[in-house]
Design a binder for this molecule. Structure first.
Ligand code: NAD
Length: 480
């Protein structure tokens, strides 16, 4: 079995003491490689390397930095089939989709490179003072990037690209169960000209050790985190010790409101895809459906048809639409929600049958639960799987209350035959994003900052870039 190394200070290194853990494929539980299991001492080396590199990287011009980002994009494209194959093997994404995701990661670096050139500072007029006063935009410094396992390639790109573009240097912790993808990024970074040694360090290991060491290290100036709300809260508490800037993209339990007259053909194209694509492991995914009684039976029947049409199997097969979920632990968690829902009174309306092939890996079959109630465990918590939790509502129910009654506030989906009625809901939905009769269209729009326990700050677009900067007030008297 291959024994991989981490990337610290421009060198390939073992973890202190040679500790490793085994990467497991969710496809068939095979052992893929031994991955370094870093200690706080390894994190310290990475942070110090990033600090040293910061003074070089920060002083490069924006054009030079953007050029390096474009080279990273080219290097990702050149190795896209290799990266996509690894994502299929280590994460379970169907290969064709993984290829699209990899190209999306390359595009992220390229688009960020261009966008970064538009970032400007602000001048503040001070009339009659012979003084100029301005806000100078600067990188934050050494940033710790802690990444989740759902779509790891794109999750790494959406953090690394803006952090580097704005002149920061990074210590990135990939998701423990998808560390090989993180180290593949390190390989790519290591081939790119113009990035100082130590500007990007990729440190693998457990969240509680590596992630915590990043969040508490006094020389880390900022933490960019995506993951569950529970982990986010512990990182915020850890980072408070040194008052770090934190951008947190956290969990959700997103309501899907289906109102009378909704165009079910269109809804199925969007919701059917979102529910089962990537096994439903999307932060903007479909947590709980509230379907009006007038449309409920037809909606459920159509969604079950989409579930039945999923080809669940080996991600490398051409016609597979759904691979396994990413780990045995997550499989047990998602299947546990189905069992619990049935105990709490739900009906198993549809579930694909598992074959012996599925038993070899961490597969969760497409599932539709009906007769669910708002107070059921699966409707209150984040399932993050290919399981639709469907609650029937009628005109007597307060749909605004039901949608908002959650500690989360990431996003909400509304499908309606009457767009004006759908739009009336927008102001009342206490979430970071609302999609009415469509899905997330993210071109040049920031994602993130769910409200409540779903996060802090923005990711993507110009606002996401600015999160990786600070502003320094400068006043200069140029004449007495
Ligand atoms: P997770 O919180 O378990 O782990 C995320 C990362 O944090 C991993 O790298 C993990 O190793 C690390 N970590 C774990 N414990 C830590 C600790 N004590 N200190 C520091 N780091 C620690 O999340 P996950 O299961 O990998 O990802 C799924 C979650 O991510 C879901 O809740 C999903 O909604 C959320 N998510 C949110 C967004 C968004 O944009 N809001 C996007 C994708 C995923």
């Amino acid at each position: 079995m291959d024994r991989l190394k981490m990337y610290i200070g421009g060198r390939w290194v073992d973890a202190e003491g040679g500790k490793t853990f085994t990467a497991i494929s969710p496809v068939d539980r095979s052992e893929l490689a031994l991955v370094p299991s870093a200690s706080p001492a390894d994190v310290d080396k990475a942070v110090r390397a990033a600090e040293k590199a910061f003074h070089i990287w920060f002083h490069k011009s924006q054009d030079e930095r953007s050029e390096v980002l474009c080279r990273i994009a080219d290097a990702i494209r050149a190795r896209a089939p290799e990266i996509a194959k690894l994502e299929a093997l280590e994460h379970g994404t169907p290969y064709k989709e993984a290829l699209g995701v990899t190209m999306g990661a390359a595009a992220k670096f390229e688009n960020t490179a261009w966008l970064a050139k538009t970032v400007m500072g602000d001048q503040l007029p001070v009339p009659g003072s012979n003084t100029i006063s301005y806000l100078q935009r600067e990188p934050v410094g050494v940033v710790g990037l802690i990444v989740p396992w759902n779509l790891p390639t794109i999750m790494i790109a959406v953090k690394l690209a803006p952090a580097l573009a704005m002149g920061n240097t990074c210590v990135l912790k990939p998701p423990t169960i998808n560390s090989m993808i993180g180290l593949k990024f390190a390989e790519i970074i290591s081939t790119v000209e113009g990035l100082p040694e130590g500007a990007v360090n990729i440190v693998t290991g457990s969240g509680s050790v590596v992630g915590n060491a990043i969040a508490t290290h006094p020389l880390v100036d900022m933490v960019g985190f995506t993951g569950s709300s529970e982990t986010g809260k512990s990182i915020l508490a850890a980072a408070a010790g040194t008052v770090k800037k934190c951008v947190m993209e956290l969990g959700g339990n997103n309501p899907v409101i289906v109102m009378p007259g909704a165009d079910l053909d269109e809804a199925m194209k969007v919701l059917g895809h979102r529910q089962f694509n990537n096994c439903g492991q999307h932060c903007s995914g479909l947590g709980r459906y509230y379907v009006h009684e007038d449309i409920h039976d037809e909606f459920v029947k159509r969604l079950a048809e989409v579930a039945a049409a999923q080809v669940v199997g080996d991600p490398m097969n051409e016609d597979t639409t759904m691979g396994p979920v990413t780990s045995g632990e997550h499989q047990r968690k998602v299947e546990g929600y189905v069992t619990k829902s049935l105990e709490e009174g739900a009906t198993l309306y549809y579930q694909q049958k598992k074959t012996a092939e599925h038993e070899k890996g961490f597969y969760v079959m497409p599932t539709i639960l009906t007769d669910c109630r708002h107070d059921m465990t699966a409707a209150r918590e984040e399932i993050f799987g290919p399981v639709a939790v469907i609650i029937k509502y009628n005109d007597g129910d307060d749909i605004r209350f039901l949608a908002n009654d959650s500690p989360y506030g990431l996003c909400a989906h509304v499908w309606t035959g009457d767009v004006a009625k759908g739009m009336e809901l927008i102001d009342d939905l206490h979430v970071g994003a609302v999609f009415v009769n469509c899905q997330m269209l993210q071109e040049n729009q920031p994602w993130g900052s769910g409200v409540k326990e779903s996060g802090l700050g923005k990711e993507g677009a110009i606002m996401g870039l600015l999160e990786f900067t600070d502003q320094k007030l400068v006043c200069v008297k140029y004449r007495k």
